[in-house]
Design a protein around this ligand. Sequence first.
Ligand code: DP6
Length: 351
Amino acid sequence: MYSVSVTAPVNIATLKYWGKRDSVLNLPTNSSISVTLSQDDLKTTTTVSCSDSESYSVDQLYLNGKLESLESLRSQKCLGELRKYRSEMEAKDGSLPRISEWPLRIVSVNNFPTAAGLASSAAGYAAMVYGIARLYRLPLDRSELSKIARQGSGSACRSLYGGFVAWEMGSKKDGTDSRAVQIADVGHWPGIRAAILVVSASKKEVPSTGGMQLTVGSSDLFEYRVKNVVPPRYKEMEQSIIKKNFEKFAELTMRDSNSFHAVCLDSYPPIFYMNDTSKRIVKLINELNKSQGRNVAAYTFDAGPNAVIYYEEKDEHLVLGVLNEFFGHLPGWDKKRSINYSLPDRFPIDL
Ligand code: DP6
């Protein structure tokens, strides 16, 4: 038996991927940018093993202790590609054990709610692909692996890197240039922090894949977003990261979250991911930024009501203090990390 354990972090997009131009190869309609969260917080831990013993009769996936299906086209494509690379290596070098033919067992555990709009599929597929690649000792760099992970779940390609990551949409029909690249590593801007407000830990009502297909097929605003909004925003956001310009980064992040949820609302029938609590969070962050005369925090929401708030370490007491005051009752809020704060003058406000 051969076995390897890996972890993969969650990434949260600041410029959202929403829309596929090819749903089989999982090619996006626009490039996207994300921040990879620290592995101390949200991560998937995956142990991959393979064996020719009788207890390994078929490929199996255990997710959070439950046996799950590996039948989906996305899982099959990831496993198929990784096996193909391994069997090519085995064909070239006769001394390698022919483990590409052995059944795989993938045991994955998330330390956060699954499928609740907290990028669980991103960390999950990234860990699975990276783990199998390590098990098979494939000589592929992270960008190559990102193309395989992308076929499991688009956003997963960005979890192959830490720090600030772009998924370049590419232009080739076969998807060989649609991959993740690192804009900057975490050491470039170490003061960036993310607070996660778990508004609801239940499964999202409209899964991302179906939601984005509905948007592509029915929203009038969508084409405008993809053609006119995202391309210049991508360049600006990349620059704001390179220059560590939080004011700009925050504005672009909030604008893009708004734009993404606007095309969701413009879908027919409309998709609502944000709920009343999410909207109160938006209002609070706007008030907070106004009270300081600068952007001290930026909100972003994925395909669910949970918020991710980006801020800089120097403003931690202020941001966590205000969030704690208004949303400290939310499930999973860590009181220990939000003591010792001071509220700015204009607070409290009526949310
Ligand atoms: C709103 O990566 O989950 O989080 O490729 O169909 O698996 P599939 O979609 P997925 O979509 C993520 C959408 C998003 C935005 C983002 O992460 O960029």
